[in-house]
Design a protein around this ligand. Structure first.
Ligand SMILES: Cc1ncc(COP(=O)(O)OP(=O)(O)O)c(N)n1
Ligand SMILES: Cc1ncsc1CCOP(=O)(O)O
Ligand SMILES: [Mg+2]
Length: 506
């Protein structure tokens, strides 16, 4: 039986034909790249169906940029005289609305490289930053406004070492510099500053072939040309996750042919980039949504039932809460007199626009069909709602949250299908008439001692005065209805919760 979404009235999301779109467009990718990888990059771009051109001076670039779909700047063989060219290229790209991918090769290994990269980022016109985990961490450490960044450098030379919390760093850096960040390593991560995805594809032999990292930067640049036609059905973060998955799958399939032999692999990899198609990409990708603790810090929940059944009031409270610094919003429309059908759909879309404006993660409560119809960032379900496995099948790479009240419920929950957890009620609540008995903050540490590793928030009866023990017990954040929705000033309330969580966390 085919799945009917009541909000979509026979309409379905169009199939994602990313590779076909890219190949049809045959995008011109201008590469300002390093001396070591030019041929490999050009061959790789041709193999994926793009059109490469290498450019070495601005006189030439002025002519080329008008036809370009993307510009790659790779600082691999950096010299001082190249820096003004990079800057001029970025300026030209901005004038012609051409996306710029920056590959900050080796910036963790030398202060000069790092200062150049920071200068280029400061132009505010980088569309995607792609580096290995050490490079991305070095940039994050240099730009991070607080002392949460650890200024130790990891890795030497241009090959990166594994860096803990790469997903968190990608998310934070994407927000800091306002552009998507890809960080590659044993597992790759991409964040657009709202969502985070893990892409566990590729093969270790790829690190034995010089230029595989640099070619990835060029490939990601080419993918920008295929994003526009897909943008209504997939976020830029998820789209770039597909690009990473394609690249890694090509690596895996090449190894099947070549074996673990760098020379033969190199040839087989070009063949695989050329032959891999959308059917394989869609069927075999192992892209995983990741919820990082930062996304859950201040998790506001609301529906018209929380604001006197007044839609406009809800819109304004949510906008104020987003402006005040909530990191996540859940649309929970539930109870007597609340909206249904088309009216609920329209309100969900308006709320989604507000969240997008403030880079706030947008979750739908209970109503999986609605989450699919509006293409929300995620969905939250409880123990009595749709089964997690079924939810996962319907929502693909959206974030999935689950409620857990007790150790018994933890044992009943198939956590592999979930990405985060709401634990509660922590305290007595008047916002959920059918809530269970309060379980108190210690329930969080008990669940973690019992094996819960997913990031979690406490929920239920939380105020500024009783939030701290929840964070001390191990929650990443607090989920709140009334303390924001009923506040005289929801903006200030949200801001105070954000300060409280920031202070409580290292
Ligand atoms: C973040 C978060 N945690 C828990 C809940 C409660 O979900 P559920 O138990 O399904 O109850 P309802 O909210 O559906 O009444 C939640 N919504 N969000
Ligand atoms: C949805 C939900 N789930 C458990 S308690 C609760 C209500 C939280 O609302 P409030 O923050 O007003 O207590
Ligand atoms: Mg529910």
């Amino acid at each position: 039986m085919t799945y009917e979404n009541p909000y979509m009235k026979g309409r379905t999301w169009p199939e994602l034909n990313i590779l076909e779109t890219l190949r049809q467009r045959n995008p011109l990718v201008i590469c300002i790249t390093n001396d070591v990888v030019r041929t490999f990059t050009a061959n790789g771009l041709l193999a994926i169906g793009a059109s490469p051109v290498m450019s070495e001076c601005s006189e030439d670039l002025k002519d080329l940029i008008v036809h370009a779909s993307a510009l790659l700047i790779n600082i691999g063989t950096l010299t001082p005289d190249k820096v003004s060219y990079y800057k001029e290229a970025i300026k030209l790209a901005k004038t012609h609305e051409v996306p710029v991918v920056l590959d900050p090769v080796g910036c963790h290994a030398g202060a000069y490289r790092l200062s150049v990269v920071l200068d280029l980022i400061k132009t505010g016109n980088i569309s995607l930053l792609r580096g290995n985990q050490s490079e991305i961490k070095a940039i994050y450490d240099a730009l991070s406004p607080d002392d949460t960044a650890n200024n130790s450098t990891t890795g030497k030379g241009v090959d990166g070492a594994q860096v803990e919390d790469s997903a968190v760093i990608a998310y934070r850096l994407a927000r800091l510099i306002n552009c998507p960040v890809v960080t590659t390593g044993e597992e790759d991560y991409i964040s657009d500053g709202i969502r985070v995805f893990a892409v566990p594809h590729g093969h270790s032999v790829m690190t034995a072939v010089t230029g595989t990292g640099c070619l990835l930067g060029a490939v990601l640049a080419a993918f920008f040309s295929a994003y526009y036609p897909c943008k209504d059905s997939v976020s830029i973060g998820e789209f770039l996750a597909y690009a990473l998955a394609y690249y890694g799958l090509a690596g895996e399939s090449a190894v099947q042919v070549s074996g673990v032999k760098p020379g033969s692999f190199s040839t087989a990899f070009m063949d695989a980039l050329y032959t891999l198609d959308d059917a394989v990409l869609m069927a075999e990708n192992r892209i995983r949504p990741v919820v990082v603790p930062d996304q859950l810090q201040v998790y506001f929940i609301g529906g018209t039932q929380d604001v006197g059944l007044n839609e406009n009031r809800l819109l304004s409270v949510v906008e104020e809460a987003c402006r005040g610094g909530v990191t996540c919003f859940q649309f929970r429309e539930k109870g007597m007199g609340t909206l249904e059908g088309q009216q609920k759909l329209e309100l969900a879309q308006q709320l989604q626009q507000i969240c997008a404006k403030y880079n706030v993660l947008y979750i739908i409560n209970d109503d999986v069909d609605l989450a699919v119809a509006v293409n929300a960032d995620g969905v939250h379900v409880g123990q009595e709602d749709m089964r997690l496995e079924e939810v996962r099948n319907l929502v693909g790479h959206k974030a999935v949250g689950i409620s857990i009240h007790s150790i018994e419920e933890l044992h009943k929950t198939v956590v592999v299908y979930a990405d985060c957890v709401g634990v509660g009620p922590m305290y007595a609540t008047s916002s959920k008439p059918d809530a269970q008995e309060p379980c108190g903050p210690n329930r969080i540490s008990e669940l973690q001692a019992e094996g819960l590793t997913l990031p979690c928030v406490g929920i239920g009866g939380i105020t500024l005065d009783n939030a701290k023990p929840i964070l001390e017990a191990g929650a990443c954040g607090v989920a709140i209805i009334s303390a924001i929705a009923h506040a005289d000033n929801p903006y200030e309330a949200a801001q105070q919760f954000k300060h409280l969580v920031d202070r409580a966390q290292p």
